[in-house]
Design a protein around this ligand. Structure first.
Ligand SMILES: Cc1ncc(COP(=O)(O)O)c(C=O)c1O
Length: 395
């Protein structure tokens, strides 16, 4: 029977992360493709969630999240990003933070709150793949700007030239998936100048906020009160506490924006998983050292992989944050990146992510001419990283 159903999203295909993970399973390849940790969430967190469940804390929480958790998050933000600010400039947990079901929900809701039909949103390619569908379902379109390889920096002049009467928002992501680049203080000042000049808003995806390396500081939007006044800042406990399957995150925003965010959030999920909220509250309170140790934990993993790949024919690009490392394979193969990743899984036994699917269709052609780059995830046990590197060194 032929269907008369008209898709609202005819161009959406299975995400590249799902495609590569499925292929990795099928061919039993070492999976350095999808970005999730191979190691478990801390025992303390597991004990606390089990305890909450067995004590019967299994009903809805307040829609915004448990007040104690909101206040713990605010304290963490004050400590990490706002110690230089006067008290009245600091964010208030109860008014300015909402718990969401993963950063994905926070991004979705922030985009629905901001974007109106025919609005344009500037995003930077390669871009995490959930931004554009959310913008399009809100009736907007994305204006794609390519980051400058090999350091994947933003050309702010090009950003300013792309702003027009329809431009509503700019989505930034630092530390950046998939490239491992980070924004500098000067990037944030320029961003602030532009959004003030053209009356725009910012969605700042900071899910890898606690993972910057070599002493580099994460430049959170939360450090800059005037910029924060026009921003939604999004983070993920899944990344921070190695529990991506719990889908727990949050959004921070100034009063006016958060009021709009909460109107939508209450009809998307109403609230997020109560036992996880209780466990994460205890974790933030009693084991804050987990977060402060995260950067060095992942820096060591990065260095294990980088050192193990030193004898290979790949060119390694700088990874300043996240748990991703980019490899340029132009000395090894003429294949385009997707075909190269398929070949790597089948013939070598290692799964990676090609970057080209994270560029807009228009930019992909050009991209293929100039780039042969894949992404590896190093949130894995050392023996997994060493085994994968050993195979890659044989190419
Ligand atoms: C840049 C970026 N934003 C958002 C997310 C989604 O985070 P969550 O799993 O908390 O929804 C991810 C997950 O990989 C990501 O890499």
């Amino acid at each position: 029977m032929s269907s008369s159903f008209t898709s609202k999203m005819p161009n959406i295909e299975t995400s590249i992360f799902t495609e590569m993970s499925m292929m990795a399973n099928q061919h039993q390849a070492i999976n350095l493709s999808q970005g999730f940790p191979e190691f478990d969430t801390p025992a303390f967190l597991k004990d606390k969630i089990n305890q909450a469940i067995s004590e019967g804390k299994n009903q809805y929480s307040p829609s915004n999240g448990l007040p104690e958790l909101l206040m713990q998050i605010a304290e963490m933000i004050h400590r990490q990003y706002q110690s230089h600010l006067a008290d009245e400039q600091k964010l208030n947990g109860l008014n300015n933070v909402t718990i969401t079901s993963g950063a994905t929900e926070a991004l979705w809701v922030a985009i629905q709150a901001l974007v109106r039909p025919n609005d344009e949103v500037i995003i930077f390619d390669p871009a995490y793949d959930s931004y554009e569908p959310a913008v399009e379902l809100a009736g907007g379109t994305c204006r794609h700007i390519t980051l400058n390889a090999p350091n994947y920096t933003i050309n702010w002049l090009q950003v300013e030239q792309s702003i027009n009467a329809k431009t509503r928002a700019i989505i930034v992501n630092s530390p950046h998936n998939p490239t491992g680049s980070i924004l500098s203080e000067s990037d944030l000042h320029t961003l602030q100048g532009l959004v003030e000049k053209y009356d725009l808003y910012v969605i700042s995806d900071e899910v890898y906020e606690h993972m910057t390396f070599d002493g580099l500081r994460h430049e959170s939007v939360l450090r800059y009160p005037e910029l924060f006044n026009r921003s939604f800042v999004v983070s993920s406990f899944g990344k921070t506490f190695h529990c991506t399957g719990w889908k727990m995150g949050y959004c921070a925003a100034p009063n006016e924006l958060m009021t709009e965010f909460r109107k939508i959030h209450q009809y998307v999920t109403f609230c997020s998983f109560t036992p996880a909220q209780i466990a994460i509250t205890q974790m933030l309170k009693q084991q804050p050292e987990h977060i402060t140790a995260l950067a060095s934990f992942y820096q060591e993993k990065r260095d294990v992989l980088v050192n193990a790949l030193k004898g290979s024919r790949f060119t390694l690009l700088p990874s300043k944050g996240t748990y991703f490392l980019l490899l340029d394979y132009s000395a090894i193969s003429e294949l385009n990146d997707r075909d190269f990743c398929h070949w790597l899984i089948k013939e070598v036994g290692v799964a990676a992510i090609p970057l080209s699917p994270l560029y807009s269709a228009e930019q992909r052609q050009q991209y293929h001419k100039n780039n042969k780059v894949i992404r590896l995830c190093f949130a894995k046990n050392d023996d997994t990283l060493l085994k994968a590197a050993d195979l890659l060194c044989q190419l």
